[in-house]
Design a protein around this ligand. Structure first.
Ligand SMILES: Cc1cc2nc3c(=O)[nH]c(=O)nc-3n(C[C@H](O)[C@H](O)[C@H](O)COP(=O)(O)OP(=O)(O)OC[C@H]3O[C@@H](n4cnc5c(N)ncnc54)[C@H](O)[C@@H]3O)c2cc1C
Ligand code: FES
Length: 276
C-alpha cells in the first residue's frame, strides 16, 4: 500500500497527487512512468512521474480526469492509501545537448514533461516552452517553466484572438520567423502530439512524442500497448513511451485507443452512480 500525502485540484480537470513510493524514487529518471491501482476493484493505469523527492521518497503525479479511474484518483485525500504504485517503468527520455529544444505540452503533459524539460536545460540546451490549453483557466505551472525556459508561450485553442491556437501553430510560426529549433519534445493528448509531428515533418525537425496508449501490465507481457513505429511493432511500455513522432502510425494508435470506448463510458457511468 502507498500512502497519499496530497491530492490537490490544480485547475478544474487537472490534479496533483503526491504518494509515498520510495522504491520508485530510488531508480526514477525523467520520462519514467508508474502503474497505479487505486483499490482492489480498480484497473491499472499508467501515469508519468512529474517530480520526486529523494529525502522523503515521495513522487508527484499530475493527472487529468477523463474516465472512471482518474475520477477515483481525484477523490483521494491526504492520509488515504492506494493499492499499488509500480515502477519506475518505461525507457528514460534521451537527454543530450541538441541546441534549441522546443517542449510542446498540453493537459497532463504540462506537469508530466517538467523533469524532462529541466533535464534538457541542465544538459545545456536552450529551451522554448510552449503550453496549450483549451482556455486560460486551464493553464497551470507556467511559473515553473518561466523559471528556466529561454522563451515561453501559452496558447489557448478554445479562445479566439492573438493568443488562440495550438502548440503546432506556435511552432509553425516560430519556424517561419527563422527560429532555429533542433529538437521538439511533445507530451500530452494524442491529437496535440500528432499535430506537432505533422507540422515538424516537412522541416525534418526531430520530434519525440511520449505515447499514451492503453496499458495493462506495463512490462511488455500483455501486448495491449502495441503500436507501429517505423513499420515495426513496438510495445510502448518497454520500447517507449518515447518515439520519433514522424515514424508513428497515428491512425492505428487512435483506433486502438478507442478499442474500449463502450466499456470506458460504462465504467464512468457506474462510477458516477456509485456502483463501485
Ligand atoms: C506512459 C503513459 C503515461 C501517462 N501519463 C499520464 C499522466 O502523467 N497523467 C495523466 O493524466 N494521464 C497519463 N496517461 C494517460 C492515462 O493513463 C489515462 O488518461 C488513464 O489511463 C485514463 O484512465 P480512466 O479510467 O480515467 O479513463 P478511460 O476510461 O481509460 O478513458 C476515458 C476516455 O478518455 C479518453 N482519454 C484517455 N486518456 C486521455 C487523454 N490523456 N486525453 C484525452 N482523452 C483521453 C479515452 O480515449 C476514453 O475515451 C499516460 C499514459 C501512458 C501510456
Ligand atoms: S502494457 Fe502490456 S505489453 Fe505494454
Amino acid at each position: 500500500m502507498h500512502k497519499v500525502v496530497e491530492r490537490t485540484r490544480i485547475v478544474p480537470n487537472i490534479h496533483l497527487l503526491r504518494v509515498e513510493a520510495p522504491d520508485v524514487v530510488r531508480k526514477v529518471v525523467p520520462g519514467n512512468f508508474v502503474i497505479v491501482k487505486v483499490n482492489e476493484f480498480s484497473e491499472r493505469i499508467p501515469l508519468t512521474v512529474a517530480d520526486w523527492d529523494e529525502e522523503t521518497g515521495i513522487i508527484s503525479i499530475v493527472f487529468m480526469t477523463v474516465g472512471a479511474s482518474t475520477h477515483k484518483l481525484a477523490q483521494l485525500e491526504a492520509g488515504d492509501e492506494i493499492e499499488a504504485c509500480v515502477g519506475p517503468l518505461g525507457k528514460a527520455q534521451e537527454i543530450g545537448e541538441y541546441g534549441t529544444v522546443a517542449i510542446a505540452m498540453g493537459c497532463y503533459g504540462i506537469g508530466a514533461v517538467l523533469p524532462v524539460a529541466r533535464a534538457l536545460k541542465q544538459a545545456g540546451n536552450r529551451v522554448i516552452a510552449i503550453m496549450e490549453a483549451r482556455a486560460k483557466e486551464l493553464v497551470y505551472w507556467d511559473d515553473k517553466y518561466r523559471e528556466f525556459a529561454d522563451r515561453f508561450f501559452v496558447t489557448t485553442f478554445g479562445d479566439a484572438g492573438p493568443d488562440g491556437g495550438r502548440v503546432s501553430d506556435v511552432i509553425d510560426r516560430l519556424i517561419g520567423e527563422g527560429e532555429k529549433i533542433d529538437r521538439v519534445v511533445a507530451m500530452g493528448c494524442m491529437f496535440m502530439m500528432m499535430k506537432t509531428a505533422e507540422i515538424t515533418r516537412p522541416h525534418e525537425l526531430k520530434t519525440i512524442v511520449s505515447l499514451n496508449p492503453v496499458m495493462i501490465d506495463g512490462t511488455g507481457m500483455c501486448g495491449v500497448c502495441r503500436c507501429t513505429v517505423a513499420g515495426k511493432t513496438q510495445f510502448a511500455c518497454v520500447d517507449g513511451p518515447d518515439f520519433d513522432g514522424h515514424e508513428v502510425d497515428w491512425v492505428e494508435l487512435v483506433y486502438r485507443r478507442r478499442s474500449y470506448l463502450d466499456e470506458e463510458v460504462r465504467a464512468l457511468s457506474e462510477f458516477e452512480c456509485n456502483l463501485y
